[in-house]
Design a protein. Sequence first.
Length: 194
Amino acid sequence: MSGLPPNRSPEAIPTRIENHTASDGSPVEIIDYYQFVMGDYFETMGRAGSSPAASFEPADAASPGRLSSSTKTLANRIWKGRNPMGSVCGPISVLRLALAVTPGYTVIGVAKDVKQGGVEKETGTELYVSLEQLAMAAPTMNVVLRTILPPAALSRTLERLVREVDPAVPIVRLRDMESAFAESIRRPRLLRSC
């Protein structure tokens, strides 16, 4: 996945959503996070409560249309109780001071919300996009494994596997999700105790 919860900075990506006008009258809505994921992301992260359609299937990589999954917060904010399946949305980019619409993503499911910006912050809007379908990676990737083994027991194997794929890719901060979560709540907990 491109961003590791629960302590990410919002990306605030301008997005055009088919048949939608933002509350300020703009044709563009700001999506807090785009999460680029592999097909087994929802299962690996234990995302119970996400619709089965929210997950990407191996066959989706060959689909002619680009696919995405919305979070419940995004679905509630944009579609307000209507079914978002089949809706098309896509990021807007600024090229030479002109707006350009990239090809849209068709929403195929709604995923359970994740506190990306911190456990003490309001849940943001998020759109999941299949990395296999894009055939490219985001600038930063996080590899997450579901295992009963401690990170130290896997470190040499993981490092060897990464080096086999690309020796130039650095491996940074191998840790378990409990440690990532504990780190994210340390500051809010400290501020509450002061």
